[in-house]
Design a protein around this ligand. Structure first.
Ligand code: HSE
Length: 305
């Protein structure tokens, strides 16, 4: 076998208070990654349907960087073409870069029969994220690989737990980032009171998943004292849209992953109303792309060809 085609889902990281340790997979959108092995000894990247000027230089592309990491760790020299077939009209914070890195590592593991463990694959794929955000966070790649809800239990060494995620309706406004990453502006110095609330909210999220309680889940994920203050401030309409979304009866609204996309959870019958609020609210934002109506999902990467 010298060719494989992988489907890799969008993911929403942080899930409110769980900065760099929580993420969840979405049913759609997704990207597809095709890997074709050859004897050139060179790794090449091709992007199909690119609307975002995704870099094809290996060190600047999340899939490219992850593959270089895998080849280095396995001490392999293997030529290949990695074709990233974009289906996601991307905003920032939908895990698209992680989806590519995760699929590339998963596909190569299959093609080269490496039998890497899931934690090893996550550890390699997360190195690809350095190309996008400058940091090897594991949350998005883990959710793309495994599906469901991810808790990164440990970064040293990488150890990830997947929880089965109830299928919650999700409305996601895809908004591109106005700058490459806001991570450098985020501080952990949030003070004792906010720190206690942050920890309580993380615990509430886990409990809400175990009890399949979407109301509790939405309420817990709507406040984050670490990333939301920085990322919310970079989206002029964010606070007003969030207020309207919650006011309409949605259970929760938050920045998705690294931003600037915005995610809400609500009852199925509220999905259209929440989507309309987001479409109207972000209509004049030059970085707004589109609104997705989807659900959380337990499906991670899949071989489709
Ligand atoms: N945890 C990462 C961050 C996710 O917040 O930067 C990036 O999508």
């Amino acid at each position: 076998m010298n060719r494989i085609l992988i489907k890799s889902p969008a993911t929403s990281a942080n899930v409110g208070p769980g900065y760099d340790i929580f993420a969840m997979a979405l049913k759609h959108p997704h990207d597809e990654i095709e890997i074709i092995l050859d004897h050139s000894g060179l790794v090449k990247i091709e992007i199909i349907n690119d609307d975002q000027n995704i870099p094809t230089t290996l060190n600047d592309n999340t899939a490219g960087l992850a593959v270089l990491e895998l080849l280095k760790r396995q001490q392999l020299k293997q030529g290949m073409t990695i074709r990233i077939i974009k289906q996601m009209k991307s905003g920032g914070g939908m895990g698209t870069t992680g989806a590519s890195a995760a699929a590339a590592v998963f596909g190569l593991d299959k093609l080269l029969k490496l039998n890497l463990s899931m934690n090893e694959m996550i550890d390699i794929a997360r190195m690809g994220e350095v190309a996008s955000g400058g940091s090897p966070h594991a949350d998005n790649v883990a959710a793309s690989l495994l599906g469901g809800f991810i808790l990164v239990k440990s970064y040293h060494p990488i150890d990830v737990l997947k929880l089965e995620m109830p299928e919650f309706p999700v409305v996601l406004a895809a908004i591109r980032k106005s700058q490459r990453t806001t991570r450098g502006f985020i501080t952990y110095e949030i003070g004792q009171e906010k720190l206690k609330e942050q920890m309580a909210r993380c615990s509430r999220i886990i409990h809400a998943i175990h009890t399949k309680d979407i109301q509790e889940f939405g309420s817990a994920f709507s406040v984050d004292h670490i990333a939301e203050p920085v990322r919310g401030a970079s989206i002029p309409e964010y606070q007003s849209v969030k207020k309207q979304v919650i006011g309409s009866g949605a259970f929760g609204c938050q920045i998705s992953g690294g931003g600037s996309s915005v995610i809400a959870v609500c009852d199925p019958e509220k999905v259209d109303e929440v989507a309309y609020i987001m479409e109207q609210g972000f209509a004049n934002n030059p970085y707004f792309v589109k609104v997705y109506k989807t659900t959380t999902s337990n499906q991670g990467v899949q071989v489709i060809g």
